[in-house]
Design a protein around this ligand. Structure first.
Ligand SMILES: Nc1ncnc2c1ncn2[C@@H]1O[C@H](COP(=O)(O)OP(=O)(O)O)[C@@H](O)[C@H]1O
Ligand SMILES: CC(=O)N[C@@H](CCC(=O)OP(=O)(O)O)C(=O)O
Length: 261
């Protein structure tokens, strides 16, 4: 998608929070209380989620194999059915339940709902049933946030023809953040941010990230996170963080390019 969706200018701050599958199952009530407090302070929340480990379990249970390339799952015809039913039928519903239990009004959505996430095939020969986001329809999100309901979005997109395609959760989070002009994007994962040679980095810049990726210090599931973060910063979203369940981690800043040279 192209950048330059303008930032919205209401009194409310908007925060997009992505919960990684790697951390989802370990989150407790205290964690969700943070969201409740944020919402009570007037922040408009959108939650997106992954579910890689749940998909892996379900694929294994059905005797199916899969592998990833650059942090993206190569998804064949059998796998997309598993991805769709696991993310929407299991992971999304469980998360909506946890939020509701924590006193947060939440509604589960996926790319099919009101054409929330319309996709084309990313590169069918290489990745199979994986989507590249073509359009995010924000109208339903705006309506829900307007009445204090938190959208909880599974990373499954639909083609114009109604074919479900798998999308990496970090990519969905960053594209949603761009589309609604979020003030902040928070990627919650199983590590306390970007670790380089055994040291977690409090701050990172796009040029440092490029360097670290080239050197192989950033790999696998961290790649879609840093790419999404850089896309958001370039489009003017002021704050992107990659954090663990303690909400401590790496803040990625667009400026201070001087630090890295
Ligand atoms: N430089 C890095 N710093 C921290 N984690 C990294 C780095 N490079 C790769 N990773 C890997 O990325 C993983 C997080 O991505 P992923 O497993 O896809 O999580 P999620 O399910 O939250 O999206 C970490 O657990 C770690 O194995
Ligand atoms: C295309 C692609 O890679 N889709 C991901 C979607 C789930 C996801 O992103 O889960 P995490 O947030 O736990 O990594 C997958 O199939 O694993």
């Amino acid at each position: 998608m192209t950048m330059s969706k303008s930032m919205h200018h209401t009194a409310h701050k908007r925060v997009v929070i992505k919960l990684g599958g790697s951390t989802l199952e370990g989150l407790n009530e205290a964690f969700f209380d943070n969201f409740k407090r944020l919402q009570e302070s007037g922040v408009e929340l959108i939650i997106t989620h992954g579910g890689g480990p749940a998909i892996n379990r379900e694929l294994a249970a059905q005797g199916l194999q899969s592998h990833t390339l650059n942090g993206i799952r190569v998804t064949n015809e059998a796998a997309i059915k598993v991805v769709q039913s696991t993310l929407i039928g299991q992971v999304n519903t469980a998360l909506v339940h946890e939020l509701t239990t924590a006193g947060i009004a939440a509604i589960g959505l996926n790319g099919f709902d009101n054409q929330l996430i319309v996709v084309d095939f990313l590169d069918q020969e290489t990745y199979g049933y994986v989507g590249a986001i073509k359009n995010i329809n924000t109208s339903l999100l705006e309506a829900l946030m307007g009445v204090g309901i938190v959208p909880v979005i599974a990373c499954v997109g639909t083609t114009e023809a109604g074919q479900a395609l798998n999308i990496n959760g970090d990519t969905v989070a960053s594209e949603i953040a761009l589309a609604v002009g979020a003030d902040s994007l928070l990627l919650v994962t199983d590590v306390s941010g970007i670790r380089i040679e055994d040291e977690y980095q409090a701050i990172a810049t796009p040029s440092l990230i490029d360097q670290w990726t080239e050197q192989g210090h950033i790999y696998g599931g961290m790649i879609p996170k840093v790419q999404g973060a850089i896309d958001c910063l370039r489009a003017g979203i002021p704050s992107v963080q990659i954090v663990g369940a303690t909400l401590i981690g790496t803040t990625i800043v667009a400026t201070s390019e001087l630090l890295s040279s």
